[in-house]
Design a protein. Sequence first.
Length: 104
Amino acid sequence: MKQMEVTILGQSYILACPDGGEASLLAAVASVDNEMSAIRDAGKVKARERIAVLAALNLAYQLADRPTTPSPRGATAHAVGSDVQIDTMLARIDAALGSDGHLL
């Protein structure tokens, strides 16, 4: 785990970041900074705390409002690993059943 210094709404923060997650963290920081800047620049809210809460709510709403599409079987690394494990287990069961037939 490494640490990265980022700036959000002109204030510097040190954030923990898993190895290889730098691009994702920087994208998240940019989204938060853009949202907070837009709220601040609209001029209706001045308190940093309220700006942060409104930005968090806006971003959470955007995420919740995204259509969810099921990923194809085996599309993720975890799913691929699971598929391999299932196939291996099925082959072992089939071998154990022998001439009695195949499970699937």
